[in-house]
Design a binder for this molecule. Structure first.
Ligand SMILES: *Cc1c(COP(=O)(O)O)cnc(C)c1O
Length: 235
């Protein structure tokens, strides 16, 4: 784990790069949320950057997220689920996260809805889009995006659909990823029109490509290694 000084220096560097990217894109930095993706990082590292004002954290694994929520309960952090959620784990995540970025099937939507009804809670969600139609990746095929959106509106009154998310097929190459970010922005517009609702959130851009994502309209960027350094290996 990096020292508190290294972590806060990294955070500052990323914030400056976000500001610069916003300036170049003629956007207000206040419209871009920096989400620190903290999967496989120790709770102490999250605490260090929370002390420097970082409040939004993304976690990928349900058990790990719940442990960190407990360890850091004194900090009032804002938790996002950025990992794949299995339908049978829906009860563990429903109502626990400010935003779930990875709704990718009717089955998961139905499972979340069932648990939310019981808890009488509203859950903000994004639909994850498998933007390049890669067989090994999560997310809904772009051809079925509208159908999933319609399903959520018609059947899941406890899910509040806020926008879309993607992981592009290229890594650490911002310019190569940019056409995929543009495509997600266009899919978002089509979906908003088709559903006749506002979908303000575009969750896209990671350590290697967030500047390109900001240029294409990202409202949430998900940054792990540029802040925390390399991750431990998932066991
Ligand atoms: C791990 C992860 C990130 C962060 O990736 P970095 O390249 O470390 O910035 C962002 N989004 C998702 C969905 C992730 O799983």
């Amino acid at each position: 784990m990096l020292t508190a000084g290294q972590l806060t220096a990294n955070l500052e560097k990323v914030r400056h790069r976000v500001d610069d990217a916003c300036r170049r894109a003629n956007r207000n930095p206040a419209d871009v949320t920096l989400l620190a993706v903290s999967k496989l990082q120790p709770a102490a590292a999250l605490r260090d950057i929370a002390m420097a004002g970082q409040m939004d954290f993304g976690e990928n694994y349900v058990q790990e997220a719940m442990q960190k929520m407990a360890d850091l309960a004194d900090l009032n952090l804002c938790w996002h689920m950025t990992g794949h959620v299995q339908s049978r784990k829906a009860g563990d995540v429903a109502g626990r996260f400010a935003l779930i970025h990875t709704l990718d099937s009717q089955k998961l939507a139905a499972a979340l809805e069932r648990h939310l009804v019981g808890k009488n809670l509203l859950q903000n969600v994004l639909i994850e889009v498998n933007i390049a139609q890669e067989p090994q990746k999560g997310g809904i095929d772009p051809d079925h995006l509208q159908e999933l959106g319609e399903y959520v509106l018609a059947n899941c009154p406890h899910l509040a659909l806020r926008g879309v998310m993607c992981l592009p097929p290229v890594f650490d190459n911002g310019e190569a990823a940019r056409p995929w970010f543009k495509k997600l922005r266009e899919l978002r517009s089509d979906l908003a029109k088709g559903l006749d609702m506002d979908l303000p959130v575009l969750s896209m851009g990671m350590s290697g490509d967030f500047e390109a994502a900001i240029a294409e309209g990202a409202t949430i960027i998900r940054i792990g290694t540029a802040i925390f350094g390399p991750r431990a290996v998932k066991k």
